[in-house]
Design a protein around this ligand. Sequence first.
Ligand code: 13P
Length: 284
Amino acid sequence: MLATLNDIFKMAEEKKIAIGAFNVVNFENILAVLDTAEKLNMPTILAFAQTHEENKVMDLDTIGPVMVLMAKQAKVPVVVHLDHGINLDYIEKSLKMGFTSIMFDGSALPYDENVEMTKKAVEMAHKYNVSIEAEIGKMAGITLNNEGITENRKSDRSNYTVPAEAKDFVEKTGVDCLACSFGTVHGEYFSEPNLDFDLVKELSDATGVPIVMHGGSGVSHEDYKKVIANGVRKINYFTYMDKAGGEGASAVCPTKYFHDIAKAGQDAMQKDVESAMRCFVNMD
Ligand code: 13P
């Protein structure tokens, strides 16, 4: 069934767990995530990032309606989320399609401009009764707006979210949750993640809204538990699921039929998603 982020944040806060937001760019991703959520009887989030359209991996017009339909048919609450939306018209397109949550990412903009644009996005999302996430601070790794890339893909402390600024941002914009930078990196980790757990707690206390961790895949289960204990309620996860799928599919190659490759990839992704999701919801 379709749910909004605010619906499932209530449950996440009560149980002190995090809900996984898995980026989906194909049917196998969607099946891997929904089958796992149903198996664990837990809510989940299907996310599509504007980046994936820009990179010509998948387009919103094609996958968006499939995400909404499959979320409606699921036996557990499923949020359909636009990840890293950077244009208001792109965001509105997803809302018209029936997405139940959006992110406006103005983190590459100067602070005041980020506030102004986010306010417009909040107004738009709330008109559709949809929850909205925004971001301040910059994360290393490759995203659409190339925010904060560092050559060695280590995150840079000078880009971490500042609690006083986060508080001001939430008060001025009225966002429902906030993506923050505290040491994670989008994409593959080339060195051990080194997260600032105290900062997560400070951000949670300062803002009073759920904190969102981007660059969630590739982080140890021990670290997931620490950030969740300190206020992270949504964890964005993609790269290591996709990598697991690639490895699973490669293991059956060469093979004659594509459906064997797709199934092997899906099964491998499902295993990876299950391991992460069990940890996020305290079932491991
Ligand atoms: P990873 O691909 O690093 O897991 O990050 C996903 C993400 O943060 C999407 O917004």
